[in-house]
Design a protein around this ligand. Structure first.
Ligand SMILES: [Zn+2]
Ligand SMILES: [Zn+2]
Length: 137
């Protein structure tokens, strides 16, 4: 019962956040924030190439997605609140962190764990492909 009430509270919060998010994500401010993120990320790593945070190995550009690791500072995000991702990895990450198991975790934990799972999936996929290729030779 308590579990259910907490669930309802959470989903109310979530739908409020979703509405706020939907408005922001269309804004010029968000567009500028993304461009700033790109600059800061290049500065941080010291290289001009940014790779998808999902670990798929694809190069990231401003045409791709930027994921919110945290919504706590929505509209005033810290660099670490954001992650450049390709569309494919981004959708998959949301699938993972919005699954029942992950929704039960604190958000920060779910995000960290979800990203780890996604990277692991990408790595195993790469290894499986690599193995297949070497077997056909
Ligand atoms: Zn996202
Ligand atoms: Zn990716």
């Amino acid at each position: 019962m308590r579990e259910m009430r907490r669930g309802t509270e959470r989903s109310v919060k979530r739908s409020y956040r979703r509405a706020k998010y939907a408005k922001y994500i269309e804004s010029a401010a968000w567009f500028a924030r993304r461009a700033q993120w790109e600059q800061d990320e290049k500065q941080r790593t010291g290289i001009t190439t940014i790779f998808c945070f999902g670990g798929c190995g694809k190069e990231w550009s401003l045409n791709d997605h930027v994921h919110h690791i945290s919504y706590d500072r929505l509209g005033n995000e810290a660099h670490v609140d954001l992650a450049g991702m390709c569309a494919e990895c981004h959708y998959r990450l949301h699938e993972i962190v919005e699954s029942a198991t992950y929704l039960r975790m604190p958000r920060a934990t779910a995000q960290r764990q979800g990203m780890r799972t996604l990277r692991w999936e990408n790595r195993s996929q790469y290894e499986a492909q690599h193995q297949e290729n070497s077997q056909t030779r």
